[in-house]
Ligand binder design. Structure first.
Ligand code: SF4
Ligand code: SF4
Length: 437
């Protein structure tokens, strides 16, 4: 694609990066076929190619985004299916991330929307606040049906979004897991030492996931540390376009992980929520222009691994007789498109005795996408229903996924237990059967 940035514009490293990405696009449109919003809405401006044009116009003309541009960028799930499909290697993620930052900086959203986004950016990355908000949401849930909301709209209103938030709140919360600073020694001979990302929403909604990871790792000779003073990885605010918050969190994490690596040694930083993993693996890019952090950020990104990537290098020892358990494997977008991890989780499950089924249309997002199911509840619920109908065709006993957002989204529409891949691997190697509560 031909671009027309001035030399002065190209002196800005972000614009230079956008120019490189835009020039790689040859307008072929292959990406439209796998874009969930284009598949649902059929509007070129809700396809990757359409959005790329909108972003190009906005950046080239260096003008504030219009309401039309914002509507179509907001509808993008950042699922990155387009990056998997694109034959020209267009790095759509870095382009749309830049567009979201621009929108946050230069576009004045209606007051209610601004307030909602500010609250999400404030609450979600802080486990204490998030827990309190979940308790309040639980109390408010019985009144959700009283909130009169109009039918599906181009831009959903505040009440519809509040209703979506209430629907996502769990009926009860588990007790908190172990706190930062805890160390879990290896059982038997020590073969390695890793940090395990504590996460923010996940540690409130499902501490059992990291508990399962700790059990599997320590059982196989790996010491696990929950690093003190670690923060939310920044993914949630990054996707809201709140870049200064996301970068501050990235820097804070890099500092504490570096210190841990220097003091105790770290073979890897393991992540059980693939949405977080995709962003931590991108810290090197996000901080490439920061003189003090560029190098350490790249080092931290190189240490970051999804839990299944790390376990792929360890011979697990299955012990439990489970009988035939059919597992529908839901491939989270951040894992399959963001990190290009596709076959490994399924291989691990098969090797450890599960009957693993692929879900039809597995490239399509479930509609979770960070805060998307709150901000775009109509599109999100259509995607969820489609995902659940596809899952039902393989008649599973359980559904496995590697990302808490997908797990909550899918569990909201099915009675089949939805568990994390690591919980199944824990069960196979001596832990409890998951999905019983
Ligand atoms: S598939 Fe790639 S090159 Fe083709 S239009 Fe989409 S982004 Fe551009
Ligand atoms: S990230 Fe997903 S929703 Fe956004 S343009 Fe690409 S395929 Fe479509």
């Amino acid at each position: 694609m031909k671009t027309e940035f001035s030399l002065a514009q190209l002196a800005d490293p972000d614009i230079a990066e956008a120019d490189k990405i835009l020039r790689a696009c040859v307008h072929c449109g292959f990406c439209t076929a796998t874009c969930p919003t284009y598949v649902l809405l059929g509007d070129e401006l809700d396809s990757p190619r359409g959005r790329i044009y909108l972003i190009k116009e906005m950046l080239e003309k260096d003008r504030p985004p219009t309401a039309e541009v914002v509507k179509h960028i907001d509808r993008c799930l950042s699922c990155l299916a387009c990056m998997t499909t694109c034959p020209s290697g267009v790095h759509y993620m870095h382009l749309v991330d830049q567009a979201r930052g621009r929108i946050e900086r230069d576009f004045s959203r209606p007051l209610a929307e601004r307030a909602l986004r500010a609250i999400l950016g404030l609450v979600l990355p802080r486990p204490g606040l998030f827990r309190a908000s979940m308790i309040m949401a639980r109390l408010g849930r019985p009144f959700a049906s009283l909130l009169a909301t109009p039918g599906p709209e181009a831009t959903p209103g505040l009440l519809r979004r509040i209703k979506a938030m209430l629907a996502l709140a769990p009926t009860r919360l588990p007790p908190p897991g172990p706190s930062g600073g805890s160390v879990f020694p290896a059982v038997g001979e020590k073969r390695g030492r890793v940090a395990l990302l504590q996460g923010c929403a996940q540690q409130v909604l499902a501490p059992r996931i990291n508990q399962a990871a700790i059990s599997v790792l320590t059982r196989h000779g790996i010491e696990v540390v929950l690093v003190k003073d670690e923060q939310c990885c920044g993914a949630l605010t990054h996707h809201l376009g709140q870049d200064s918050d996301a970068l501050a969190r990235a820097r804070a994490n890099i500092r504490v992980w570096q210190k841990e690596a220097e003091q105790g040694g770290l073979d890897a930083i393991l992540i059980t929520a693939s949405g977080c993993g995709t962003v931590i693996k991108d810290y090197g890019f996000m901080l490439r222009e920061d003189r003090d952090f560029a190098r350490p950020a790249a080092q931290i990104s190189a240490l970051a691994k999804d839990i299944t990537e790390y376990l792929g290098g360890i011979e697990l020892a299955p012990t439990t007789q489970k009988g035939d358990v059919t597992v529908a494997y839901h491939s989270a977008c951040s894992l399959q498109h963001g990190q290009k991890i596709t076959g490994l989780p399924k291989e691990l499950l098969s090797k450890n005795g599960f009957v693993v089924k692929d879900v039809p249309e597995s490239h399509l997002c479930c509609g979770s996408a960070g805060t998307y199911n709150i901000l775009q509840p109509d599109i999100a619920s259509r995607l969820r229903d489609r995902k659940i109908a596809n899952i039902a065709t393989v008649k599973p006993d359980m559904i496995a996924a590697g990302n808490i957002g997908c797990m909550v989204q899918i569990a909201g529409g099915t009675s089949v237990p939805v568990v994390h891949t690591i919980e199944l691997l824990d069960w196979a190697t001596g832990g409890p059967r998951p999905g019983l509560n």
